[in-house]
Design a protein around this ligand. Structure first.
Ligand SMILES: [Zn+2]
Length: 762
């Protein structure tokens, strides 16, 4: 099995392994590539602002997660082009179509970004490449790309050696991705300048020489040299399916049909939804892949999995086992009889076991995993339309029409490749995900549901269930009253999404219940079709790669319309997020849309890395100082307020944009130190620094501060910092010459706080 996976960052073990494998391939296959370029890859993925381009890493993997090939695409969002920096198979892995599969994936990505694709390729011209062996290898590469319609841009000085006399200077190659429109001279001038300056850091006169040589308007590509027949060129890249939703349908669901009177979880639910979705061009149907049981056993207790399968087989196709005795008195001693045992594993009396229940539930898991894998490959949105649902199934128990927790199994699989948030918007509490991930901080679980005082599952879903151990703070329940308006429901979902944004997941899993609809026999709320569209839009606008897993929803008459509206909103929101460059993945913002600031003072585990990145991105601090900034957050996390470090953090959907760290000075009465204040480069010059400071000052004042101290370097480089302190009301107290280094002194500033307000006292 060959899978092309988009590696978002290097935060998980599996991703670190993929990044390291990619680096190894680069070292082995590109001996001329400077080691520092290879070493900076993880930073390049996580810190696009610093590098002034977004890096997208694709790895070709087999079923055992071995990396067989790598491609690194750089996206220069300000100019709007893609640049293929690296593409290579692993040593000894030539052939097997790995290179072609990777290149085709890269083309799709470039197309989805709305760009054309540029890269460099060594020359096949004898004058530029005199060594016949090297030239033959170069020609083979150019031939490979020519089959896609990618050819060198001619009649420019791009292939001028930087060091005169050296051989094999690269061509600038353009893959127009099947388009007949070639770019203007002005565009390619900008492209060449960006590559030569940002990527290679070449001297200004060389860059100017190359840029001014680009005069053809539009530019021209070399005549085909290897592929003569036009039909042999596979240039066209289909319009990207990014806004289309990968749809995986559980074909086996009809097997599971409980004929008992009043059993609302019935096959007609999916027929009703499909009747509305099938005519829509929004979806792309995918076949369901089979996955091994180990994914289920990674989430559920093996004994539960074995019991469900065995009891279902015992029950057969004709009758069902219903639990009828529950182990309230002695849960430690399971009964022997299989039918009595149902009460040991099941939490209620309406989730029967029979042969088809197992088959249906088992293939629902496959559907959820297929959808998750699609997102791992780079799809923005995927929908597992399944029944039976899964979100009430816990590690050791099933119930509430649910057998295996489809969403949790998908989330756990994805969690190897990045942080996961599960948002459950079913009318009923997602107790399964909560329990399964209750002690984990890498999977955030958030549920908006009817309050357990009146809604199933009655025993969980309260506000004060927030997680334990490392998972403390990573479960959020938002229980709502029995009768609410659609707007109140949306407000609660907005609160849930704010928590998700703070967590900044790599992937989002949505447990979609449509039982919040008006007239649902299991719910009491009143969402209509348009409300579902708004909900979908809110979720889509977050811009996360998202897997939607179907949970409840039982009013058959409106199920399909509500589902369709939800997905119309989801796709539109996601598309909007993509166009405004707000995708959470790379944290870039554009000037057009600037989402609201969110403020907080509580720090979370992720803030160690985020504060470090923020401080580093300003370019003002040494590596040691960046370490210290991160350590203060870590100390606060371990020691709480006893650490003496307090924080004000400002973030947008794109991530942390500014922060301040302050605290009382030991051994003084009411004197505080402003330890850190930093604003992301793209946010500077808009008053955000003063705003962060004002919040920090207000908090210090509240804590009884009478004087605030801050210090900085006396060197020219820090003149803007000193100016900033003066503007926010600090006055210079003392200068310690040569404090940091000869000629580099330390300046200490102070601000006395008047008791009544934020005015400056002398
Ligand atoms: Zn439900």
């Amino acid at each position: 099995m060959l899978r092309i996976r988009k590696v978002a960052d290097s935060t998980t073990a599996a991703n670190r392994a993929a990044v390291e494998a990619a680096q190894k391939i680069m070292r082995e296959q590109f001996s001329a590539m400077p080691e520092e370029d290879i070493a900076k890859l993880p930073d390049q993925l996580s810190n696009p602002l610093k590098h002034r381009f977004v890096s997208r890493l694709f790895v070709a993997e087999n079923g055992r997660d071995q990396t067989l090939g790598v491609a690194l695409l750089l996206y220069f969002s300000d100019i709007g082009f893609s640049y293929l920096e690296v593409i290579s198979t692993a040593k000894g892995r030539m052939g097997g179509g790995i290179g072609a599969t990777l290149y085709e994936r890269v083309r799709e990505e470039a197309r989805a970004l709305g760009t054309q694709l540029y890269f460099e390729c060594l020359p096949d011209d004898p004058e530029l490449s005199p060594n016949p062996e090297i030239r033959a290898a170069n020609a083979a590469r150019l031939k490979f790309y020519e089959r896609y319609g990618a050819r060198p841009i001619v009649n420019t000085a791009y292939e001028t050696p930087v060091t005169p006399g050296t051989t094999d200077p690269p061509y600038l190659v353009l893959d127009p991705l099947g388009s007949n429109d070639l770019p203007s001279a002005a565009t390619v001038q900008k492209v060449a300048r960006a590559i030569l300056e940002r990527k290679y850091g070449l001297p200004a006169d060389y860059v100017q020489m190359v840029v001014s040589s680009i005069k053809d308007d539009p530019v021209r590509l070399r005549e085909p040299r290897y592929v003569k027949s036009r039909r042999a060129v596979k240039g066209e890249v289909p319009v990207p399916g990014e806004s289309r939703i990968a749809l995986v349908l559980n074909e086996d669901h009809t097997l599971h049909h409980v004929q008992d009177r009043g059993y609302v979880e019935a096959p007609v639910r999916i027929r009703s939804i499909m009747a509305e979705l099938a005519p829509s061009s929004l979806f792309e149907r995918l076949p369901t892949k089979r996955f091994s049981d180990r994914h289920i056993r990674a989430v559920h207790d093996g004994r539960l999995v074995d019991y469900i399968r065995k009891a279902c087989l015992i029950a057969g196709a004709k009758k069902s086992i219903y639990p009828y005795v529950f182990p309230v008195r002695n849960p430690a001693r399971p009964p022997k009889d299989e039918t009595v045992l149902a009460g040991y594993y099941c939490i209620d009396t309406f989730t029967p076991l029979n042969e088809s229940a197992y088959l249906g539930a088992r293939s629902a898991v496959d559907c959820a995993l297929t959808a998750a894998e699609k997102v791992l490959e780079g799809a923005r949105l995927a929908y597992a339309l399944v029944r039976p649902p899964g979100h009430h199934a816990e590690t050791r128990t099933f119930g509430g029409f649910c057998y295996f927790n489809n969403a949790a199994i998908a989330a756990h699989m994805l969690s190897r490749y990045g942080k996961i948030a599960i948002l459950d918007i079913d009318y009923h509490h997602g107790n399964g995900q909560q329990e399964i991930f209750y002690d984990r901080s890498d999977v955030l679980t958030v549920s908006v549901h009817g309050h357990p005082s009146f809604a199933y599952p009655y025993f969980t879903g309260f506000r004060d269930e927030t997680g334990i151990g490392p998972g403390a703070g990573y479960n959020l329940n938002i229980p709502l009253p029995e009768h609410i308006t659609p707007e109140q429901h949306r407000n609660a979902v907005a609160e849930a999404l704010r928590r998700v944004r703070r967590f900044a997941p790599a992937y989002l899993v949505v447990s979609l219940g449509l039982d919040t609809a008006r007239g649902d026999p299991t719910g009491t709320w009143s969402n209509r079709a348009h409300d579902f569209e708004l909900l979908g839009r809110m979720i889509g606008e977050q811009g996360y790669p998202t897997v939607v897993v179907q949970e409840g929803g039982y009013r058959v008459r409106t199920l399909g319309v509500n589902a369709r509206n939800f997905f119309v909103g989801l796709a539109a929101g996601n598309e909007a997020a993509r166009h405004t460059g707000l995708t959470a993945q790379h944290g870039l913002t554009t000037k057009r849309v600037r989402p609201a600031l969110e403020w907080r003072s509580a720090v979370m585990a992720e803030d160690v890395g985020r504060v470090r990145s923020l401080v580093a991105s300003t370019g003002f601090f040494s590596a040691a100082e960046v370490d210290i900034a991160g350590e203060l957050v870590a100390e606060r996390l371990t020691k709480g307020i006893r650490s003496g470090y307090h924080f004000v953090l400002a973030e947008r959907a794109s991530g942390l944009v500014a922060y301040a760290c302050y605290g009382p000075i030991d051994g003084t009465q009411d004197s505080f130190d402003l330890y850190w204040i930093a604003v992301a480069p793209e946010e500077q010059g808009r008053g955000l620094g003063s705003h962060v400071y004002a919040r920090a000052e207000a908090a210090m004042r509240k804590a009884g501060a009478k004087r605030i101290y801050v210090d900085t370097s006396s060197s020219d480089r820090y003149a803007p910092t000193r100016g900033f302190y003066k503007r926010i009301g600090f006055t210079k107290q003392v200068r310690l010459p040569d404090f940091y280094a000869p000629g580099d002194g330390k300046v200490i500033y102070a601000k006395a706080l008047s008791p009544e307000g934020p005015r400056v006292a002398d």
